[in-house]
Ligand binder design. Structure first.
Ligand code: RB5
Length: 150
């Protein structure tokens, strides 16, 4: 699958390692992140990555910043994106299976590289389960569209 990866200056090293790791899992990686430690604004990279997903150039996305929080807040403002900030792999699997998340976020200042790899492996390896989750995800999309009815 095609996976887009993005990061800010706080996560250059982890991005490099995670990019290689995703490739070692057999996926193609589109890198839209910054490759040097030079202060920048994480929403620019969150948007660049989400654009690739919305335009169907990538299926899933991985966003890394200092905490994963800023990236997830920015990504969730893009229509059609469901981004989850995860610090462990169980949530990374469940956000695909139950929430149909298309972006996972985490922070280089929060977790170590092995946990980051576990998160990525779980996220990319899981599939949306549909079934009773469909109506719940539809309600999220209705909130996004402004068509949600109480
Ligand atoms: C950058 O200093 C930091 O604020 C950013 O990487 C991220 O953690 C924001 O949520």
């Amino acid at each position: 699958m095609k996976v887009v990866i993005g990061n800010d200056h706080a996560a250059v090293d982890m991005k490099m390692q995670i990019k290689e790791y995703i490739e070692s899992l057999g996926h193609e990686v589109i890198n839209v992140g910054i490759d040097k430690v030079e202060r920048c604004d994480y929403p620019d990279y969150a948007y660049a990555a989400c654009e690739k997903i919305i335009n169907k150039e990538a299926t899933l996305g991985v966003l890394i910043c200092g905490t994963g929080i800023g990236m997830s807040i920015a990504a969730n403002k893009v229509k059609g994106i469901r981004a989850c900030a995860c610090s462990e792999s169980y949530s990374a699997r469940l956000c695909r299976e139950h929430n149909d998340a298309n972006v996972v976020c985490f922070g280089e200042r929060v977790i170590g590289i092995e946990t980051a790899k576990e998160i990525v492996k779980s996220f990319l390896g899981a599939e949306y389960q549909g079934a009773h989750h469909v109506n719940r995800v539809k309600k999220i999309m209705d909130i996004e569209e402004g068509t949600y009815k109480k």
